[in-house]
Design a protein around this ligand. Structure first.
Ligand SMILES: O=C(O)CCC(=O)C(=O)O
Ligand SMILES: [Fe+2]
Length: 293
């Protein structure tokens, strides 16, 4: 059965391969997205209980504390499936399988599950341009790391240039690792056009990925992307999940689909992106004041 997505999105596999990203409109319907929005708000409220960035195994809340801007904000949550039965099911909803299987096959693990908010009023909500492969601390744990990994970005709120939608550089996936934003925190400052030009990228080719709730954008580990801070009065909740072909990731990630069958989390977390899971499982607060430096 063809995937139930907007007609103009049906060639997404070819577009992903050719340009390093693809937009898929209407993967999730309005009723599903209303549930996603409500549960995302609950996760935000849960994160807000923490005075600083907090980790409990793969679960993480990235906090911008009141000491910085007078008010506490949550910027990210990771692996909230561990505290949300709804998101534990949603991460392995059959629609993800049908979307990804033409690229990854029927055995798929999940390496990242993140929610990114850009609360109006928080000053540090932009992401400098980068390639996500920089966040795979142990690339040797993956085979065919670039080909086997796909990141999906689900618009939970409408995403526009004003509230800091994702921005991508088409064709950048074919240029190798470029070292962008390797000099400091990803969420401080903005990428200067000269930095992109020096890396052989054309700043005028940047595409703003404006999305409606339920639309998804796919990108790869080498696709150059970033996003501007939110300058509007509307939040931008964005759900980022990375999936990997299971055969190429024997030791990293949580099963999502085994031979096409949706597979729940097991009793203990697997190492995903947090490499120190076994040595330092937490819970603990992360005393890193990157926002103040
Ligand atoms: O939330 C965004 O706009 C982009 C975030 C991102 O690229 C990342 O965390 O690697
Ligand atoms: Fe990224």
């Amino acid at each position: 059965m063809p995937l139930d997505i907007a007609r103009e999105s049906r060639d997404y596999v070819d577009r992903y391969r050719a340009h390093g990203y693809a937009i898929v409109r209407g993967l999730f319907d309005a009723a599903t997205m209303a549930q996603v929005q409500e549960e995302a708000r609950r996760i935000y409220a849960e994160g807000l209980k923490h005075r600083a960035t907090y980790r409990d195994r793969n679960l993480l809340f990235e906090i911008l504390p009141e000491a910085h801007g007078g008010r506490r904000y949550v910027l990210q949550a990771h692996w909230f499936a561990w505290i949300s039965p709804f998101f534990e099911r949603f991460r392995r909803d059959p629609r993800w399988h049908d979307l990804l299987s033409p690229l990854l096959g029927r055995d798929i693990k999940q390496v990242a599950q993140q929610l990114h908010w850009k609360p109006p009023g928080a000053d540090l909500t932009g992401y400098r341009f980068h390639q996500d492969i920089k966040f795979r601390e142990n690339p040797a744990a993956f085979r065919a790391i670039v080909e086997a990994n796909i990141t999906t970005g689900l618009a939970i709120d409408r995403a526009t240039p004003e509230n800091g939608c994702l921005r991508v550089v088409p064709g950048s996936h074919a240029k190798g690792y470029l070292g962008l934003s390797d000099d400091g925190p990803l969420m401080k400052g903005t990428t200067q056009e000269g930095e992109l030009s020096r890396a052989g990228l054309d700043p005028s080719s940047i595409v703003d990925v404006a999305l409606e709730p339920g639309d998804v954008v796919l990108w790869g580990l080498l696709t150059v992307h970033g996003s501007a801070p939110n300058r509007s009065d509307r939040d931008r909740a964005f759900g980022i999940s990375s999936y990997v072909r299971a055969a190429d990731s024997p030791e990293r990630g949580e099963w999502a689909f085994r031979d096409g069958v949706s597979t729940p989390l097991g009793p203990e977390p697997e190492i995903c992106k947090y490499e120190k899971l076994r040595e330092k499982p937490g819970p603990f607060y992360v005393e890193d004041d990157w926002y103040a430096r």
